[in-house]
Design a protein around this ligand. Structure first.
Ligand code: SRM
Ligand code: SF4
Length: 581
């Protein structure tokens, strides 16, 4: 079988790949033989007997932003009743930089009510997910998104995922400029295959004049690839967690270019020491006009040299560690046709969001609303879905989903501020910003019941655990102390837990690994201090740490820094991204 692991990109020299064809992971064959992501998806959608799709098509559907899932709360009961699992799909929207208009919000809201279980989920990469979409509603959902100029292309799969962009509203003009670059980066990197419009928009296949995928070829990337743009001083996107991160450099009030960071990634596998979270290395600087040249070159290097035999070792971070940072940098420069400039000075201060009202540098107003774990739905305590719909009906600016799963009602004229404030108050939303410093800086991934990889609860358990830690914090007068806590239901790290003051990753029902010592602005990995333990052990350890912190912290010292300084960790570990951070 001939598998095209190379592509026909104009600048590609089609070198490498030293991996023998018979050793490639079966997914490489699947991609190569998929007719550019078409597979048998159309037939699977038409099969009325099952709510699933057969064979390997669920893997191809990921490239279309869709995940086949089943309700894990119902799994055992359905098995007992000899029924197929309660299948449905998660639909992830492509929303570069997290920006959407009020009319887009209203349509997203309507789709969530009609097809997505009356819930919208804001993600840690600044987009929306619908859960529980039934197979026969997928086309309607995607066509509904098309009406508001949104799609789900490459929201999942071995391609360039949703491109992130800092949301700092106080730097409005700069944000707009960097956001535009992030959006273009996303648009340039989406797969070009006609499969999407044929399957979801039901358009006729038209003959391609040339290769359908100039960048990706027939086998796309070896694994997911993530790009993000950070605007100092806020590292909200966690730039060191991106495969390819850009750090905006502003000189004399003007955006001149970006420092480039490569090789970040969070995922690890328990009991596999060859898998690890890694912070990106800052390798140099490019001018604004060379950003896309750099993106193309970096993606080509990973496309051509990433491990296509072992998917657990296929992310760019492993390519870099296998080949060596200097080698990879030289290869990127070779493809760019020029060298990176020396890294320029920059400074991050936090990776969290500033909640509440902020003024933009252009006089516009912005309100950042805390949304616990990004879940937008109506509950007996708070009709959040209804409240945000009401705001979307009157809002004339835009919304921005933050990388911390929060939402900014953004770009409000001074004269409209009162009306928005009233609406927030009427619907009880102002109260959401009133939590402890821990709660307001906490994130959890989706985990159970929809995530097929979850080993423990995250989103559903986080509020209870926080309430217990808050009691400890209050005893030590630390209730308002900003502390980052990130919890995931498995070690994949979807809420970027390995760069929080406190990280918890699920091992089994009710059992977690506890990590301490991450850097407050995402500059240092934390370390595991307890493995596979339950709530009592977690609270005991945190209780000791918090009491000690209250007694002996230095002024303005963060909990993670204190844990490192005070001997809670064996040693500083993890790569230091840059001397300038
Ligand atoms: Fe993630 C897989 C949810 C951000 C690392 N992630 C999944 C899946 C699709 C499970 C699956 O493969 O079956 C989860 C769907 C759960 C559900 O029911 O919705 C899932 N990931 C999420 C989201 C929704 C978490 C959230 O609560 O917000 C985030 C969606 C982001 C987006 O909008 O695109 C999400 N995932 C991340 C991040 C954070 C980031 O990118 O900044 C990471 C860590 C960074 C990284 O990639 O290294 C992340 N997700 C993973 C991994 C581990 C990848 C690895 O290299 O080991 C997996 C599993 C995999 O790919 O095999 C995964
Ligand atoms: Fe699922 Fe694990 Fe990601 Fe949480 S971290 S959403 S449990 S894959």
């Amino acid at each position: 079988m001939s598998i095209d692991t190379q592509t026909t990109s104009g600048t590609d020299r089609s070198r490498d790949v030293s991996q023998p064809l018979d050793k490639l992971h079966p997914d490489e064959t699947l991609k190569a033989n998929s007719d550019q992501l078409r597979g048998g998806i159309v037939e699977g959608l038409a099969d009325p007997v099952t709510r699933s799709v057969p064979g390997e098509d669920p893997k191809l559907m990921k490239f279309h932003g869709l995940y086949l899932q089943d309700d894990r709360d119902l799994r055992d009961e359905r098995r007992r009743q000899k029924l197929e699992p309660a299948f449905s799909f998660m639909v992830r929207v492509r929303l570069p930089g997290g920006v959407c208009t009020p009319s887009q919000w209203l349509k997203l809201d309507a789709l969530a009510r009609e097809y997505g279980g009356e819930s919208l989920r804001l993600t840690t990469r600044q987009t929306f997910q619908f859960h529980r979409v039934l197979k026969h509603n997928l086309r309607s959902t995607i066509q509904g998104l098309r009406e508001i100029l949104l799609d789900t292309k490459a929201a999942c799969g071995d391609d360039c995922r949703g491109v992130m962009c800092s949301v700092n509203p106080s730097l409005s003009a700069l944000h707009a400029e960097v956001y535009e670059i992030a959006k273009q980066a996303s648009d340039r990197a989406v797969p070009r295959t006609g499969a999407y419009k044929e399957i979801w928009y039901e358009e006729e296949r038209t003959p391609a004049d040339g290769p359908e995928e100039p960048l990706y070829g027939r086998t796309y990337m070896p694994r997911k690839f993530k790009i993000g743009f950070a605007v100092p001083p806020i590292n909200d996107i966690d730039v060191y967690a991106q495969d390819l991160g850009f750090i905006a450099i502003v000189e004399d009030g003007k955006l001149v270019g970006f420092n480039v960071a490569i090789g970040g990634g969070m995922g690890r596998i328990d009991r596999n020491p060859n898998s690890y979270p890694r912070l990106a290395d800052v390798i140099g600087y490019v001018d604004v006009e060379n950003v896309f040249v750099a993106i193309d070159a970096v993606m080509q290097v990973q496309r051509d040299y990433g491990d296509r035999a072992d998917r657990a070792h296929a992310r760019f971070k492993y390519t870099i560690d296998d080949k060596g940072l200097d080698w990879v940098k030289a290869e990127i420069e070779d493809r760019m046709g020029f060298e990176f400039g020396p890294t320029r000075a920059y400074r991050f201060t936090s990776n969290g969001d500033v909640l509440g009202w902020q003024n933009g540098d252009d006089g516009r107003q912005h309100f950042t609303l805390f949304i616990q774990s990004g879940r937008v739905t109506n509950t007996p305590d708070c009709a959040l879905l209804d409240g945000l719909r009401a705001i979307a009906r009157i809002h004339k600016g835009e919304f921005r989903v933050t990388p911390n799963q929060n939402l900014i009602v953004s770009n409000i004229a001074a004269e409209d501020r009162e009306q928005i404030e009233d609406a927030l108050g009427t619907h009880g939303l102002l109260a959401l910003n009133a939590g402890s410093g821990l709660r307001l800086n906490a994130m959890a991934c989706v985990a159970l019941p929809t995530c097929g990889l979850a080993m423990a609860e995250a989103e559903r358990y986080l509020p209870d655990l926080i309430a217990k830690i808050e009691t400890i914090l209050a005893e030590h007068n630390l209730y308002d102390e900003p502390i980052t806590l990130r919890m995931t239901g498995c070690p994949n790290g979807c809420a970027r837990p390995y760069i929080a003051d406190i990280g918890l990753t699920g091992r089994a029902p009710g059992k977690y690994n506890l990590y301490l010592g991450g850097g407050f602005h995402g500059e240092r990995l934390n370390q595991m201090v307890l493995e596979n333990v339950g709530e009592a052990a977690i609270l005991e350890k945190l209780g000791d740490l918090i009491a000690h912190f209250a007694r002996e912290r230095e002024p303005a010292e963060h909990l993670g820094d204190f844990a490192l300084r005070s001997g809670y960790l064996d040693s500083a570990q993890g790569n230091d991204p840059t001397p300038a951070h």
